[in-house]
Each structure stands twice: as C-alpha cells, then as structure tokens.
Design a protein around this ligand. Structure first.
Ligand code: NAD
Ligand code: LMR
Length: 336
C-alpha cells in the first residue's frame, strides 16, 4: 500500500459535522444573499429555502454553485412545503416579513410581521422542536418574545436556542467607529447591549480603548449613528426597503457563530437579543448582551460590565421601551 493512499484514508475517516439549515423567507432582499452566504459555508450540508414565492427558483440557482451542500426550495403552495423545509433541521433563520419604508418605525411593522413570525414559529415548534431559531424579522424586540411564547405553548421552548439577531448593530458599530479613529474596521469591536431599535440599541463606547480620545460631540454623534443606522439605509433606499446586504452578511456571521458553537469551538462570543436573567425582575425577559455559544446553544450570557453615567441613562430609557415591546409580543400570542 502506498503512503499517499494511507494518508488519504486517514483523512477520509474524520467525520464531518453536517448541519441542516432552513431559511424561512429565503427569497427576499435579505433571504437571497443570506442563502448564498450559507451555501458557501462548509458547515452547512443541507440548505432548505422556504418562501411564499420563488423558493424553487432561488434554490435551483444556488444549487449550481459547487460547494458540498445540497439546496432545496420549498414553497407555500406545495403540500407540506413548510413542514418539509423544517423537518429535523438544526438551525432556522427567519427573515420573513415586510421591511420599513421612510417614515416608519420598526414597531409599525408589528401588525403584519407578528402574524408571519407567529405562524412560522408554530410550524417550527411542530416540525423542528430541537432547532436553534434565529429571528431577523422586525420588530425583533417583539418578534423574539412571540417566538418564545409560541414555543412555550407548544412545550418546545429552549431559551438557549432562541436568538434575536442584532449582529447588524455590532458590524455597524465596528465600521462607524473605525471611520472616526481611522483604523481597520475588521479589528474593531464595540459591545452593544439592549434591543434592536433606535434608543434600545446601546453601544457601550466606554468599553472601547477610544473612549477618552473621542470628544463629547463625537461620542453623541457616533451613538446616534449606530442607533439609527437602519434609518440611514431606509432613507437612502427611498422606499425600496431596508438593509439587506449588510444584514445578510450579519445573519450569515451569526449563523456561522452558532454552528461554530455546536461544533464545540471555544470562546465563540457574539451579541444577541436573548432570554436573559439580567432584568427579569423588572419584567424584561429579553435583553441583548454578548453571549458565549456552545454545543447546546447559549453557554453563557455575559453581564454588560461597567457603564458610565451617560450610558446608565441610555439604559434606563432603553428598558422602558423594551418592556413595552416585549409585552406587546406576549399579548399578541395570548390573543391568537
Ligand atoms: P423582503 O420583503 O425583501 O423579503 C421578505 C421575504 O419574506 C419575501 O420574500 C416574502 O415573500 C417572504 N415572506 C413573507 N411572508 C412569508 C411567510 N409567511 N412565510 C415565508 N416567507 C414569507 O424584506 P427584507 O428586506 O428581506 O426584510 C425582511 C425582514 O427583516 C423585515 O422585517 C426587516 O425589517 C427585517 N430586518 C431585520 C434586520 C435586523 O437587524 N434584525 C435588518 C434588516 C431587516
Ligand atoms: C436595520 O437595523 O437595518 C433593520 O432593523 C432594518 C430597519 O428597519 O432599519
């Protein structure tokens, strides 16, 4: 037996980790580029795309890319399309729902998106009770509590596996701070806590090494730009939707981090809006901070650390809004 053959056999006996990933709302502005990035992720071997329109077309298109995963489309009008897209999947990403137009708040999306997310959560509870669920659909301060309540009602809620994707706030913060301090944005990290809408997004600038270098005006403007980065895109798109490409990147990065955790990689830390003990005694069941991801989902929820007085006051305002947003999500499930 030749040495090259032996070497080949040695490598081929390693067991690859195989993950099934389902994207619900896969054919929209976020869904398509997100699905593309997931098709390029070698941890994903079975990619399922579900949408109420065009899922077969997008899946067929992606299926021609030579990566080691199969990709299938499932449409709402086919028999059991949603159920089949979810069957025994490991990770569900939900970008289904309408985006903002100029002048709207994320909360204005609630009336339509709450029902969409509710119904997708019901299906997820039934057909993929063990999957991690990553919610992108806005307003995530309310849609994440909706998913939690639905899963609870169905007896499948695992708080370690439910995530509101706030990675877009983190990547914006890296970009915007690097523009001011003239560094490589890929090396910048700003801790973001709270929720995902306007004043509920709190960038903790005091925990960066630049805090003392920034003027008060620079700090105020930077915080405002991170909090309202979504509006910047909505305004620039002028009626054609909200962030899609940067969100697809953010969603793909977060999904990859969850899969890294599943695989047992150490020290995988990302911020996310999760079921958190931090303010439960104040009636706030969900809060975004850094979390460490592990083989069963969330391994550790990090405290937000020390805050400066102005950040404490941002936190107080955030909590007031967050509490209402979460309650609104819960009430929707109770009344449906
Ligand atoms: P889009 O309209 O381009 O796409 C939404 C997709 O969802 C469409 O393909 C539509 O057919 C599909 N859809 C609608 N109802 C569905 C259902 N019941 N089942 C399956 N699919 C369904 O919108 P978009 O720009 O991709 O944005 C999607 C959502 O993501 C919006 O709510 C937006 O506000 C939100 N968003 C969140 C973040 C974040 O940081 N979490 C960032 C950007 C956008
Ligand atoms: C964002 O932050 O870009 C998203 O939440 C979309 C939006 O409505 O701003």
């Amino acid at each position: 037996m030749s040495l090259p053959f032996l070497a080949k056999r040695t490598f081929s006996t390693s067991i690859p980790n195989l993950y099934k990933v389902t994207v619900l709302g896969a054919c929209g502005g976020i869904g398509q580029p997100l699905s593309l990035l997931l098709k390029l992720n070698n941890k994903v071997t079975d990619l399922r795309l579900y949408d109420i329109k065009n899922a077969k077309g997008v899946a067929t298109d992606l299926s021609h890319i030579p990566t080691a995963s199969k990709v299938n489309g499932y449409s709402a009008d086919e028999n059991s399309g949603l159920a089949n897209s979810l069957d025994s999947t490991d990770l569900i990403v939900i970008p289904a729902g309408i985006p903002r137009k100029p002048g709207m708040t994320r909360d204005d999306l609630f009336n339509i998106n709450a029902k969409i997310v509710h119904d997708l959560a019901v299906a997820s509870a039934k057909h993929a009770p063990n999957a991690a669920v990553l919610v992108i659909s806005n307003p995530i301060n309310s849609t994440v509590p909706i998913v939690a309540k639905v899963l609870q009602k169905n007896g499948t809620y695992n708080p370690k596996k439910l995530f509101g994707v706030t990675t877009l706030d983190s990547i914006r913060a890296s970009t915007f701070i690097s523009e001011i301090v003239k560094t490589d944005p890929t090396n910048e990290k700003v801790n973001i806590i709270g929720g995902h809408s306007g004043i509920t997004i709190i960038p903790v600038l005091s925990q960066t090494s630049y805090y003392n270098r920034l003027s008060d005006d620079e700090k105020t403007n930077l915080i405002n730009r991170i909090q309202f980065g979504g509006d910047e895109v909505v305004k620039a798109k002028n009626g054609a939707g909200s962030a899609t490409l940067s969100m697809a990147y953010a969603g793909s990065r977060f999904a990859n981090a969850v899969l890294d955790g599943f695989e047992g990689k150490q020290n995988v830390v990302e911020a996310s809006f999760v079921d958190s003990p931090l303010f439960k005694d104040e009636g706030i069941d969900f809060f975004a901070t850094n979390v460490t991801l592990g083989t069963d989902g969330i391994e550790k929820i990090h405290d937000f650390g020390e805050l400066q007085p102005e950040e404490i006051s941002l936190l107080e305002n955030c909590k007031e809004t967050l509490k209402k947003n979460i309650k609104k999500g819960y009430e929707f499930v109770e009344s449906n």
